[in-house]
Design a protein around this ligand. Structure first.
Ligand code: R5P
Length: 310
């Protein structure tokens, strides 16, 4: 049985896949992932993968083509007799619809878990899931890793005294607590409401921000409205400087422009999604390639992944 590690990717974030390959000192797996004239996705694996340990790196943020490319790549690898297939999903899209919070809505996170398994994933490696309990939607092994070491290394260098870590909703409090502990900061949170999808209304700021430097931590930046509204509320209460950090830079619509024009001094994100490094002078993009590469290596070598974070 061959047990070679091979890594494939679609078109969602090729740059990250190449960086991971560099870390692993392997070449990118050869595959064609393009479209027929009518727009349907065409995938063909161009090398022999019989018996290999295959990893497919593909975030599943919009457009939906990214998810479809991943599913079709998994199917192609399965039919080509790869020994084991791991879907490496740096950003797991559709995760925010993870429960029936209103009547007659879908639970897309579960649907995507079912699709991935059906398409041929034997295991999943993902990063900063919107809700950690999404792990339970899978009946295959899933490794859930965190971008925190990458963001913390950056904030550690820039850190100031008189610091508060704020999270813009209760869901991110655990993440915020870990950041506050490591940075020696106090912790607070913003109580926000969503009057309608993609809009934010800040109800309360819990925690003392008067005369403090504030780092706001979140998992996702989509429209940017959560961070921008929270920053304005914090400034009104006397916050001196406001920096934001988030793992997944979805940056929907005019988010880049809104963040650039906002009172937030710097927005630090990672490259789980493809973000142009020169998108804005305010947006700093950090790479999670080494972290993902190390996790892939450990999965391949059957070593502990959790010990990466102790
Ligand atoms: C929500 O629960 C998430 O943690 C983020 O706060 C949210 O996805 C950010 O969305 P937006 O940038 O559109 O406000």
């Amino acid at each position: 049985m061959r047990d070679e590690l091979r890594l494939f990717t679609g078109n969602a974030n090729q740059e990250l896949a190449v960086e991971i390959c560099e870390y692993l000192s392997i070449g990118l797996g050869e595959a064609v992932v393009d479209k027929f004239k009518d727009g349907e996705i065409r995938v063909s694996i161009s090398e022999n993968v019989r018996g290999v340990d295959a990893f497919v790196v593909q975030p599943t943020g919009p457009p939906a083509e990214n998810l479809l490319e991943l599913l079709i790549l998994l199917d192609a690898l399965k039919r080509a007799s790869a020994r084991r297939i791991t879907a490496v999903i740096p950003y797991f899209g559709y995760a925010r619809q993870d429960r029936k919070d209103r009547p007659r809505v879908a639970i897309t996170a579960k649907l995507i878990a079912n699709l991935l398994t059906k398409a041929g994933a034997d295991r999943v490696l993902t990063m900063d899931l919107h809700a950690p309990q999404i792990q339970g939607f899978f009946d295959i092994p899933l490794d859930h890793i965190y971008a925190a070491p990458v963001l913390l290394r950056y904030f550690d260098e820039a850190v100031k005294n008189n610091l508060v870590v704020m999270v813009p909703d209760i869901g991110s409090i655990k993440m915020g607590r870990a950041f506050a502990k490591r940075l020696g900061a106090s912790l607070g949170f913003v109580d926000k409401r969503r009057p309608k999808p993609d809009a934010t209304k800040v109800m309360n700021v819990v925690g003392d921000v008067d005369g403090k430097h504030v780092i706001m931590i979140d998992d996702i930046i989509s429209t940017g409205s959560t961070l921008i509204e929270a920053a304005q509320a914090i400034r009104k209460l006397g916050g001196i400087s406001i920096t934001a950090g988030a793992t997944h830079a979805v940056l929907a619509g005019d988010a880049v422009q809104k963040l650039t024009e906002s009172i937030i001094a710097e927005v630090v994100v990672t490259n789980t999604l493809s973000v142009a490094r020169n998108a804005s002078s305010k947006i700093k993009v950090l790479s999670v390639a080494e972290l993902l590469g190390e996790a892939i290596d450990r999965i391949h070598e059957e070593k502990s992944v959790s010990s990466l974070f102790v």
